[in-house]
Design a protein around this ligand. Structure first.
Ligand SMILES: Nc1ncnc2c1ncn2[C@@H]1O[C@H](COP(=O)(O)OP(=O)(O)OP(=O)(O)O)[C@@H](O)[C@H]1O
Ligand SMILES: [Mg+2]
Length: 227
């Protein structure tokens, strides 16, 4: 389903070039639940942003179902992202003026669903991450972990074909992390969603089917687990 080949990504800051990815290749099959691990700065967010069509590689190939998504014109990329992909941002990226429910249902509205249906989809997703009683809070009235769960709810609400999650449990305690990971596992098992999750926590890997480890912008191991 997902194939990347020799992906490189350089960032230029002034005269300095940072090589965040140095030639990363892997394949992800439909229905897999992948963990991407590695030390801070190893390139995890960089590769996830490229996979989620939020950024483009400096070099290399990327196809989803044999479609060359890198070369899609901007509008097509946005449409593909909206209709096929979900993304949980490491820094949540919530809209401050909107309630939790509004932050979640805005994407359904953008997809063309009715307000009534969008609200019900949004409520279900927020209930799934344990926020059913905080639908009308704005982000400033939520803790870091609650904001993170709103970001998860927003990404899973539309049951995207592929879900990308950048450290979705980074600010959660063990119990709430389990709750979020169980939601992801259900989406993966019940709806066959492909999930790519960045994580630092070794215990999270009991939920996944493969682990890709990055170091200094290179893959140092790509391990399939038996599930
Ligand atoms: N916009 C940017 N401009 C310049 N350098 C960047 C930019 N984004 C990331 N980098 C650099 O690229 C490298 C990889 O960053 P990335 O954010 O992918 O790391 P990460 O593995 O997600 O780290 P963390 O675990 O801290 O989130 C780092 O050296 C980082 O400083
Ligand atoms: Mg990161």
């Amino acid at each position: 389903m997902i194939k990347i080949n020799k992906i490189e990504r350089y960032y230029k800051t002034g005269q300095v070039i940072v090589k965040a990815l140095n030639g990363v290749s892997f394949e992800i099959k439909k229905g897999e639940f992948i963990a991407i691990m590695g030390a801070s700065g190893s390139g995890k967010t960089t590769i996830l942003r490229i996979l989620g069509l939020l950024d483009k590689p400096t070099k290399g190939e990327y196809t989803i179902n044999n479609l060359n998504v890198v070369d899609f014109p901007e509008e097509e990329r946005s449409y593909y992202r909206l209709t096929q992909l979900g993304y949980v941002f490491q820094d949540y990226a919530l809209i401050n003026e909107m309630t939790a429910a509004e932050n979640v249902y805005i994407l359904s509205l953008m997809e063309g669903k009715s307000k009534k249906e969008s609200i019900s989809i949004s409520r279900e997703a927020l209930e799934n991450v344990g926020l059913g009683d905080k639908l009308n809070r704005i982000p400033d009235q939520l803790s870091g972990g609650e904001k993170q769960r709103v970001a998860v709810a927003r990404a899973i609400a539309k049951k995207p074909k592929i879900l990308f999650a950048d450290e979705p449990c980074a600010n959660l305690d063990t119990h709430t992390s389990e709750q979020v990971l169980e939601v992801l596992k259900t989406l993966n098992k019940k709806f066959g969603q492909t999930i790519v999750m960045v994580t630092h926590e070794p215990w999270h890997t009991k939920y996944v089917s493969s682990i890709i480890k990055l170091k200094d912008g290179l893959i140092v191991s790509d391990k399939k687990l038996r599930k």
